[in-house]
Write a protein that binds this ligand. Structure first.
Ligand code: DOR
Ligand code: ZN
Length: 346
């Protein structure tokens, strides 16, 4: 197959940042994607309906003229979140979900949740109104090995939470382990997971073997190959509980290439080409539409997009700009480590 037309995809986990960075990266996502769930981990974070409305307006202003891209806003859950403000924002359609960051788990998560019991009244309200909860599923206990933090979170936080609030609709974000895949598969209802482009392609050797590769460092950190294979099997299975969330997270090169470099992979530019390559390699191109375009809206109870994109396999590798220029410095585009032959057109 050399061309594949699919329903226009959505990105169910995206960092757009703010200011100059927002202006630089928003067009990269708006090119191929119709909608994206926008992460609220700005400084300061997007915590109230008022913050979300203002951020949404800044995103709309950063889009290229004529773009019909739709940002789906989220609130950053804190221990002082007002359930009434959240519920009104969800009822108005201003927000599509709420994001739970365990405090200290990742970039700009200091205002996150220290003790889940302190937000239980908010989560109860969300379960009642059907508002989805996106979770960064890693424990932050420094004594837990970083490669085990996802599995520990499932056991000590996620499973007890699901037992306590079975009606809460949860998205386990950017799962990176076979444990995460198996846990989602074992759930009868109200649990889905996003999988990133880069976690389908790299394992921890790509970060650490033969020299350290800061551009592959992200959180949750990529795990060993058996876990990557479990993610590929889940993404290409067509199972409606798995869908695309790129977690495309731009940081400038100076902020990546420093003594304590930032976590994040920027994949907005070439995600659809990378995914076509991965799905074709598995002999599963026919399930790409489910993963990128159908399963996400079905779980979020939103309509599927009416427009399409066409992926075309070129005879020669497609050349993507290796970096996006911003006034703060360049942002390196994810390098999958192999030539890309698929290009996307609208
Ligand atoms: O690698 C990551 N980068 N993981 C996250 O959870 C946050 C993100 C960011 O905001 O840079
Ligand atoms: Zn993220």
């Amino acid at each position: 197959m050399t061309t594949l037309t699919i329903t226009r995809p959505d990105d169910w986990h995206l960092h757009l940042r703010d200011g100059d960075m927002l202006n630089a990266v928003a067009p990269e996502t708006a090119r191929d994607f119709a909608r994206a769930i926008i992460m609220p981990n700005l400084v300061p974070p997007v915590v109230t309906a008022k913050d979300a409305a203002a951020y949404r307006a800044r995103i709309m202003a950063a889009l290229p003229a004529g773009s019909d891209f739709q940002p789906l806003m989220t609130l950053y859950l804190t221990e002082t979140t007002d359930p009434a403000d959240l519920a009104a924002a969800f009822a108005d359609g201003l927000i599509s979900a709420v994001k739970l960051y365990p405090a200290g788990a990742t970039t700009n998560s200091a205002s996150g949740v220290k003790n889940i019991n302190n937000v239980m009244h908010v989560l109860e309200k969300m379960a009642e109104i059907g508002c989805p909860l996106c979770i960064h599923g890693e424990v932050t206990d420094p004594s837990i090995d970083i490669f085990d933090r996802e599995a520990a979170f499932i056991e000590t936080v996620l499973d007890p939470l699901r037992n306590r609030l079975p009606d809460l609709r949860i998205i386990s974000e950017h799962i990176t382990t076979k444990d995460g895949v198996d846990y989602v598969r074992s759930a009868a209802q109200n649990l889905a997971a996003t999988i990133t482009t880069h976690h389908l392609i790299i394992n921890r050797n790509h970060i650490l073997a033969g020299g350290i590769r800061p551009h592959y460092y992200c959180l949750p950190v990529a795990k060993r190959e058996t876990h990557r294979l479990a993610l590929v099997a889940a993404a290409t299975s067509g199972d409606p509980r798995f869908f695309l969330g790129t977690d495309s997270a731009p940081h400038t090169d100076p902020n990546k290439l420093m003594e304590c470099g930032c976590a994040g992979v920027f994949s907005a530019t070439n995600t659809m080409s990378c995914l076509a390559h991965v799905f074709e390699s598995e002999g599963k191109l026919e399930t790409l539409e489910k993963f990128a375009s159908l399963n996400g809206p079905n779980y979020y109870r939103l309509p599927v997009n009416e427009t399409t994109i066409t992926l075309t396999k070129q005879p020669d590798p497609v050349q993507f700009a290796p970096k996006i220029e911003t006034p703060d410095g360049p942002v390196t585009v994810f390098d999958p480590g192999f030539p890309l032959y698929w290009s996307a057109s609208q």
